[in-house]
Design a protein around this ligand. Structure first.
Ligand SMILES: NC(=O)C1=CN([C@@H]2O[C@H](COP(=O)(O)OP(=O)(O)OC[C@H]3O[C@@H](n4cnc5c(N)ncnc54)[C@H](O)[C@@H]3O)[C@@H](O)[C@H]2O)C=CC1
Ligand SMILES: O=C(O)/C=C/C=C(\O)C(=O)O
Length: 488
């Protein structure tokens, strides 16, 4: 389907909660408006959930643990997960269009990355769950010990707006694979694709009550994270929110998995393949408007390559087209909301006050009466204490800093509360392995960025995360192990 055709045929939807297999209004019938960040038009209304809705959804999810789902053979559950993935692909064009309308991201990107990844999350865990083993040990002739897995119970899945379907499926698929029931809380900014996902789950054969969804703001999320009948919370979003969730979950001692903010460094040595560096840095800086927690927003370049890097990086950045998410030549779409747009522009003001130089951008994109468009921005000349170098901006804004020595760059890279991901560029394998082991992040990509294998541990250290997702790490989070010891 051509992009313009998709825009014409796929209509935005109003979003209701989804409880016990039915779309329902908020118990008090409250709603809020969902706004398209590229046009500022109202896309529709969304049920505004609160404690009562969460109580209902959690109650239903708890009941469903004991029902058909709890007793379903692994193979049958795996087939349902596979079917969900298939149905996501069948509805790819519709889902991608809704995702682009909700987020302001280019439609081609939603098609190419978000929706395929969402389907793949289900396909991956459908396969993985059938081949999972557990530990067993023979203790001489004394005993055999073996572990069995069981679901954690009711899990709350709380998500942000940057990769809405992709991140919801990254949590829901392993949660279901491990036999849990779920209450999803999509971001208030991006409610549409999760709403469709609920219907897809039903069509694929998920029994009513297993997958539930409450829309709304932080108070709806807090009602989930503090609920005594929710056993675990998987959250992606801002670090401060993670801290709030931890507090509200503390009285009921929930299991927590947090994937939070980042200020990820790209470290570029002069011996790296500069063509590859430039192409990849373009993606790691500006893909999805820089609104990916993995984006490399602090770029450190060895001084002997600094000028060449800046010249080539700035030239390519100036070629980027900012604009209509439905135009397939658009590289950078709209930021998520007016609030976030103001936050990003505020950081550009800070960069000016801090004495930074804008090699590109530095302001709102011109030529738009409506929508939250910011020019891709490269800032140089900032010191290591600069707020723009240290704080998560989460937009199409990067800082570039030269370095001379390995130790010097390592110190700067690690001098942060964040610890999500790093991208290290060098053709010296000894240096790559030496440095990778010292960089304080959960992920280090060497000569690449965002190359994912869903079996690998994914997540951050320090204030960027708690726990890891992916493969067995997801299973460990979404299940409880019971060790059984049989005396011989
Ligand atoms: N993965 C990441 O690193 C991401 C980081 N961000 C950063 O966070 C900033 C704000 O983005 P938001 O989506 O508003 O992130 P957020 O962390 O405020 O919200 C994420 C989710 O948590 C919910 N929530 C908010 N307060 C809550 C509470 N007290 N208890 C339970 N749930 C709560 C929200 O309703 C939403 O569903 C961005 O400007 C960006 O800097 C945003 C998206 C992803
Ligand atoms: O799982 C991935 O590959 C990517 C995850 C990205 C985020 O969690 C994010 O941007 O928030």
């Amino acid at each position: 389907m051509q992009l313009t055709e998709a825009k014409a045929t796929v209509k935005p939807i109003d979003c209701s909660h989804y409880i016990e297999g039915q779309y329902v209004k908020a118990s008090n019938e409250n709603t809020f408006e969902n706004v398209n960040p590229a046009t500022e038009e109202v896309l529709g209304v969304v049920a505004k959930g609160g404690k009562e809705d969460v109580d209902q959804a959690v109650g239903v999810a708890r009941k469903a643990l004991k029902g058909e789902w709890g007793n379903m053979p692994t193979k049958q559950r795996s087939q349902i997960l596979r079917k969900i993935g298939d149905l996501i692909l069948e509805r790819k064009s519709e889902l991608a269009t809704l995702e682009s309308l909700d987020t302001g991201k280019p439609l081609w990107l939603a098609n190419k990355v978000d929706i395929d990844r969402a389907a793949n999350n289900f396909h991956f865990f459908a396969d993985y769950m059938t081949s999972m083993g557990t530990e067993s040990y023979q203790q001489d002739d004394v005993a055999i010990h073996y572990a069995v897995r069981r679901p954690v119970g009711v899990v709350g899945l709380i998500n942000p707006w940057n990769l809405p379907l992709f991140l919801m499926t990254w949590k829901l698929a392993p949660a279901l694979a491990a036999g849990n029931t779920a209450v999803m809380k999509p971001s208030e900014e991006t409610p549409m694709t999760a709403t469709v996902l609920a219907e897809i789950c039903k069509e694929a054969g998920v029994p009513d009550g297993v997958v539930n969804m409450v829309h709304g703001f932080g108070d709806a999320g807090a009602a989930i994270s503090s609920h005594e009948d929710v056993d675990a919370i998987a959250f992606t979003g801002e670090t401060v929110t993670g801290s709030e969730i931890m507090k509200s979950a503390a009285p009921t001692l929930k299991k927590l998995s947090f994937e939070m903010g980042g200020k990820n460094p790209n470290i570029i040595f002069a011996d790296a393949d500069m063509d590859d560096v430039i192409d990849t840095t373009m993606r790691s800086s500006f893909i999805n408007q820089g609104e990916v927690c993995l984006c490399g927003s602090r770029i450190y370049v060895e001084r002997s390559a600094y000028d060449e890097f800046l010249e080539r990086f700035a030239a390519k950045t100036k070629e980027l087209k900012v604009g209509d998410p439905f135009d397939d030549t658009t590289n950078v779409g709209a930021l998520i909301s007016e609030e976030h747009y103001k936050k990003v522009l505020g950081y550009l003001d800070i960069a000016k006050e801090e004495g930074g130089t804008f090699l590109t951008g530095g302001k709102a994109a011109e030529g738009f009466d409506k929508g939250y468009f910011v020019e891709p921005t490269i800032i140089t000349g900032l010191g290591k204490d600069s707020r723009c170098v240290n704080e998560e901006i989460f937009g199409p804004v990067v800082t570039v800093v030269p370095f001379d020595e390995e130790e010097e760059v390592l110190e700067q890279v690690n001098d942060t509360h964040y610890g999500l991901a790093a991208s290290l560029w060098t053709s010296n394998i000894k240096r790559a392995t030496r440095l990778s082991a010292q960089i304080e992040t959960g992920i280090v990509w060497v000569n690449t960025w965002f190359l994912r294998d869903l079996r690998t541990p994914f997540g951050g250290m320090k204030h960027s995360g708690i726990g890891r997702e992916g493969g067995m790490h997801s299973f460990d989070f979404y299940s409880e192990l019971t060790n059984i010891t049989v005396k011989m």
